[in-house]
Design a protein around this ligand. Structure first.
Ligand code: EPZ
Length: 438
């Protein structure tokens, strides 16, 4: 039973045991959420297979239900199928408590503008990793003809008619791209987006929408220009689909860094191998050896012994296909026990080093040299400690550090981890770690 259905408070582990065995990678959180939002455009039944059983997906389901749509979740052995039926939706006011609980709810704006022509939503607000403004979301929607009023923390968006246009984003934003695509699908005429975000979760959303009858074309030089062309279609042209969610590249990367830090060798099934080039390059540079098995789409990592585990000298997070910001903290945790120094530059978010102080409490040697740079000097051992997760990926990094540390580590406030990891302790236990929920 995944921990999202258990009332759990913390994760307890005894470090020092190498990881061995096989686990299956869950469906992608960041691909599931926008596809769930997209179902609001479709006045039909959609079946989303292989969704992760995580709290952010539950929150999104509650928000979608609040519009009048029907949402049913059926738990499978590994993951969850979600049926969303948006035949009769009428409510365009989204409940504040769930919007503030989950930032990504802001992508419901594009879908509700496309379907109902109106939406009321609160500003999702910042979080531990940075300010998280939504100016680019509003820019894209206004370019398509939405009128947007803000009053305090509330946003009211209205569109008599959405009209296709050219939209050039000044820089890449995953959510703003997704919001704009969702609003442009049924806009009159053609929308051309330049400098769209290139993350797989954006192209997966386009694939889902095209399967439902939209007309979205990823330009042949998309990886250079970020160009997406959307020919608007009538709402009635969109129809229900039976869709499989892509696997989670960030969860896969998290588990790979855990194997580097703890040692051993692991096999990950249902691996999104084509989304992990930059991650596998870093892990190979640190001494990891990979073997990909095309027959069953699994990836085996042979981690080096602790004495051969080495840091690469420099990495910076970047937009896709660069090294993902969501794996910056998991890499940091592995780097803490690798030989040599790693300089890491966080280029995407303004304060994504908060977890460093908890790692330092475990004996990590990390110097934060500026808002965006930190230098890790590997140490031979980390000490087990009682540490606190402060956000999703930082919390996962503490679990990685605990698996590599000597002694007992507890990670509390795991509600953050439960937002994105279906069963992190259960998966590591399957790999031989001495770990459990307390
Ligand atoms: C998505 O967030 C992901 N979340 C994040 O994953 C991920 O870290 C991020 O993309 C970058 O890859 C989901 O998909 C649900 P952005 P998003 O808009 O869309 C700034 C996780 O751990 N910006 O690409 O919010 C922003 O502040 C989460 O799973 C603006 O300035 O990220 C950031 O500095 C964390 N104005 C940068 O752009 C805007 O209107 C990239 O943000 C929007 C963003």
């Amino acid at each position: 039973m995944s921990q999202t259905t258990q009332n759990t408070r913390l994760i307890r582990m005894e470090g020092g045991y190498p990881l061995e065995g096989t686990v299956r990678i869950q469906g992608s959180k960041n691909a599931t959420l926008p596809v769930m939002a997209a179902c609001l455009l479709i006045s039909d039944k959609c079946v989303l297979r292989g969704c992760p059983q995580i709290t952010d997906v539950m929150y999104m389901g509650t928000l979608i239900k609040s519009t009048g749509a029907k949402v049913e979740q059926t738990m499978g052995v590994n993951d969850m199928d979600i049926v969303i039926e948006s035949t009769d939706i009428q409510e365009c006011r989204l409940p504040s408590r769930y919007v503030s609980a989950m930032r990504s709810s802001v992508i419901l704006m594009g879908a509700l503008l496309g379907r109902l022509g109106e939406v009321y939503v609160d500003y999702p607000g910042g979080c531990v990793i940075g300010e998280r403004p939504i100016n680019l979301h509003l820019y894209g929607l206004e370019k398509l003809g939405a009128q947007i009023w803000t009053e305090g923390n509330h946003i009211h968006a209205y569109a008599d008619e959405l009209i296709g246009t050219e939209i050039r984003f000044p820089f890449s934003s995953v959510g703003a791209t997704q919001n704009t695509i969702l609003a442009a699908v049924t806009a009159k005429g053609t929308t051309v987006i330049w400098n769209a975000a290139k993350e797989p979760e954006v192209t997966a959303l386009c694939a889902f929408l095209n399967q439902a009858g939209a007309d979205i074309r990823i330009h042949k030089d998309f990886m250079e220009s970020g160009k997406i062309v959307i020919h608007g279609v009538e709402l009635c042209r969109l129809h229900g689909v039976d869709y499989c969610v892509v696997p989670d590249r960030i969860v896969a990367g998290t588990y790979l860094f855990a194997a580097l830090a703890a040692g051993g060798n692991i096999t990950l099934e249902n691996i999104p191998i084509s989304h992990l080039d930059s991650v596998c390059e870093v892990i190979t540079g640190m001494g990891g050896i990979f073997s990909y098995h095309a027959d069953n789409n699994s990836l085996t990592l042979y981690a080096p012994n602790r004495s051969e585990l080495r840091n690469i000298s420099y990495i910076e997070t970047d937009i896709y296909p660069g090294f993902p910001t969501d794996l910056q903290s998991p890499l940091l945790a592995a780097a803490c026990v690798a030989n040599g120094k790693l300089m890491i530059k966080e280029k995407i978010f303004s304060s994504r080093f908060k977890i460093i102080e908890e790692l330092q409490r475990m004996g990590a040697d990390i110097a934060v040299t500026s808002e965006e740079c930190a230098i890790v000097t590997g140490v031979s051992t980390l000490e087990g400690r009682n540490v606190i997760a402060k956000e999703l990926r930082g919390g996962a990094a503490l679990v990685i550090a605990g698996l590599a540390a000597e002694g007992i580590t507890t990670v509390s406030d795991i509600c953050y981890i439960n937002r994105g990891y279906q069963d992190i302790a259960g998966d590591f236990a399957k790999l031989g770690a001495r770990i459990s929920y307390d």
